[in-house]
Design a protein around this ligand. Structure first.
Ligand code: BTN
Length: 252
């Protein structure tokens, strides 16, 4: 069933929401709106994406009517160089909204994966557009199964709860949560988000992980976040590394 955007709009008066049956990618449309000076909080979402993509240009599986696929324009007076912290704040917002609307507890894998039982149920794609940040959210809500190539790594809120979940309720929780966590970053500063992320994520301390960095792979134990929001790792030789980018995966 298509998302009932009228119901969501009624829960969030004044919020600009454009909802499409089908779109190439909500990132492209949000980026265009941001360049036309659309206000902070503007949302572009769709029931289906034909060119949905994630980090590093990987395709984002966007089964029609099953997930939440949207992008939101953020214009907050963030401190300089705060993008890594904004990404952590957005993950916290998504975990909070999923907990409130479904009762499911998500783990957070640096920088922006939401996991349940080690499988990914949501991802976030940040993108700069002039002075705005476009945050793309993909949440696997009511998927009953996944294509074989991602099935071992992906899950949905429906699979994890055994119940069909309301995409409308989740969206109506998530949009205010995004604002709240961005406001925490602005008003309480980076340390507040670093502490909350550290509390909420099993990946920040003591996890043995593999980090694929294109032409090389790092293996080591995570030893916390630095002040900029980057993940720190100690390799098997005891050497310290700061992970600025790259896919973090468990390593057994
Ligand atoms: C990731 O984990 O790699 C991030 C995935 C982000 C996917 C969302 S779906 C809505 C928005 N439109 C896109 O094309 N991508 C983001």
């Amino acid at each position: 069933m298509p998302l009932d955007a009228t119901w969501v709009q009624a829960q969030l008066p004044g919020r600009p929401i454009s909802w499409f049956a089908t779109i190439d990618s909500t990132m492209f449309a949000a980026s265009r709106l941001a360049s036309e000076h659309a206000p902070s909080g503007t949302v572009v979402g769709a029931d289906e994406q034909t060119a949905g993509h994630g980090r590093y240009g990987r395709p984002w599986h966007s089964e029609p009517d099953a997930g939440l696929y949207f992008s939101v324009i953020l214009r907050f007076p963030f401190p300089p160089d705060a993008l890594p912290l904004v990404v952590l704040a957005l993950g916290l917002a998504a975990a909070d909204a999923i907990l409130k609307s479904t009762g499911l507890v998500c783990d957070l894998r640096w920088p922006n994966d939401l996991l349940i039982h080690e499988k990914k149920c949501a991802g976030i794609l940040p993108q700069l557009e002039g002075s705005a940040i476009i945050a793309g959210f993909g949440v696997n809500v009511n998927h009953a199964s996944f294509p074989s190539e991602i099935a071992p790594l992906a899950t949905s809120l429906r699979i994890e709860s055994g119940l069909a979940q309301s995409r409308e309720t989740l969206l109506a929780e998530l949009l205010p949560a995004i604002d709240s966590y961005c406001e925490i970053l602005v008003s309480d500063g980076k340390r507040a988000i670093l502490d909350m992320f550290t509390q909420a994520s099993s990946y920040v301390h003591g996890r043995r992980v593999r980090v694929d960095q294109g032409d090389s792979t790092l293996i080591g134990i995570t030893v916390g976040l630095n002040a900029a929001g980057f993940l720190m790792l100690r390799d098997d030789m005891g050497k310290a590394h700061t992970i600025i980018a790259g896919g973090v995966r468990p390593c057994f």
